[in-house]
Design a protein around this ligand. Sequence first.
Ligand SMILES: Cc1ncc(COP(=O)(O)O)c(C=O)c1O
Length: 446
Amino acid sequence: MTVKKTNTFPAFLNKESRSIVKGEGVYLFDDQGKRYIDASGGPIMSNLGHGLKEMAETLYNQALKNEYVFYMDFTTPELEAACTGICEASGGDMDRVFLVSGGSEATEASIKLARKYHIDAGNPSKFKIISRWMSYHGMTQGAMNLSGFPFRRRDYTPYISNNYHIPPAYCYRCWYNKTPETCNLECANALETEILCQGPESVAGFIAEPISGMSLCGATPRPDYFKRVREICDKHDVLLIMDEVMTGFGRCGKFFAYEHFETPPDIMALGKGLAGGYFPAGATVSNSRVFDMIANNSGLFISVHTWAGNPMLAAMINKTMDYLEEHQLIQRSAEMGEYLARQLENLRSHPTIGDIRGQGLMRGIEFVKDKETKETLPPENMFWLVLNELAQDMGLVIDCSSGCDRGQAGDQLMFGPPFTVTEAEIDEMVEIFDRVLTQAEKQVGF
Ligand SMILES: Cc1ncc(COP(=O)(O)O)c(C=O)c1O
């Protein structure tokens, strides 16, 4: 594509972006009248689908009623309802909610909350947050410190300070060369090793995505992984923080992905589809243990953001929760997720498909050059970008990424359509993707 004059600052500076002028359900339409089926809601964001009139009306009505008050001065009925709704959805596991404007803000506030808990508990030496390699927690400074996604943080390493990472729960390419038969949860036990080496008196929390987002596209730990993690955290007075920015609010077929592991966290970060995909959204959620410790001591949590707790976001979260319930969309995410997984399995015979993984409507594929050895495709092929571009040419939107093999190579992608997706629409996505992959494989010499 040729570059035309634009004043936007895109990620790929020398590539022209298509201009989308309308969205409806799972479809997007560009200014040339071309239709795209949106199989990922961009970066797994659009949980309810595009162009919903009732979401637009909610935004309009709330703006007329009360577009903004500052959370340090006031609460609102909308904020109260949203926070109660989120805690009720957790079945009482979680107790308090701090609304912010995105996933990175939510993970950053989670760090501060963990730190504040320990200060108020009389353990001010606890400040380190351990995270995992091949994880993603956002691009702002604090969140980037936690992220173990080399591709996204490499340029900024001089700014990285909190840097305590353990191996990921990544069964397809286990860093301990284990198989399911020989696995002894080495990747979970590595947390205890790291806590001990750092000194338990210095460690405040451990953060992990329950099911990996774009750094490992759907990698899912063994069912007992988080139970072991929880044991280790409790033993060393380390808070368990789950990053549910991508996985939460039904994306993985349950309201929160931690339910798959029967292990509620102490602190949880939410974002992305929290407001259905219609408003910038994030939340830091805590259990009563964390809240009460602070309430009963300093009584002060300072993580001031101008848009924190704003009523527009709260109203959109409330409408999203109503919509999820009215249309039974969490159950639908589980059912359609199973259907999507079965359809993707039909593509296994493609020479490059190494692994298909994930839960609910968050399904990832990892590509390889050799299925036996799991050798990656040469990084210079930029297979992930080839896929991304061919997909757009053929009218499909999917989220592609690279670097799953220790940040050096490894192409992957994620399907994450709206929960309203039908079987026929999934068939259409998979049929186009089949053609995209055939063409991409030809392009790199298969
Ligand atoms: C798991 C996870 N955490 C945090 C973030 C950061 O969210 P945001 O891009 O809204 O800042 C993302 C975004 O992709 C994510 O997937």
